[in-house]
Design a protein. Structure first.
Length: 128
């Protein structure tokens, strides 16, 4: 008989993100809590998907028509290295996008306020 993993248990903090085919890039990571564990599956508060306990992945969830209209969710322990990597990469992408928008706004209108916003956004790229 196959032995069940001890992970997760109800109340475990997890980081959850979605992946959309054909890319496996983590999208929109968020921290949540395991809501319910039953046999080989578990659910997470705020996510409409059922996760496999051994892989931490959900079955594809349809979000509309078309070949790429589904998402797969992934849940990992919030204290894990993988969770820190995913959240860190998302934060860097957000800061890059903010800096890009701020610089473009300054190039379009070279006001002192836009200049300051661009400087602040660029300096935020260096923050850990």
């Amino acid at each position: 008989m196959e032995q069940m993993s001890d992970w997760p248990i109800t109340g475990t903090r997890v980081v959850v993100w979605s992946e959309r085919p054909p890319s496996s890039t983590p999208r929109e990571p968020l921290e949540s809590t395991v809501d319910h564990v039953a046999g080989r599956t578990f659910t997470v508060i705020g996510i409409d998907a059922t996760f496999n306990r051994s892989t931490g992945r959900s079955k594809p969830v349809r979000r509309g028509a078309g070949a790429f209209a589904s998402e797969t969710y992934v849940a990992v322990d919030a204290g894990s290295e993988r969770a820190r990597d995913v959240v860190g990469a998302s934060t860097r992408r957000d800061r890059d996008a903010d800096a890009r928008r701020a610089v473009q706004a300054w190039l379009a209108d070279r006001s002192p306020a836009n200049r300051r916003a661009a400087i602040d956004a660029l300096e935020a790229l260096d923050e850990a």
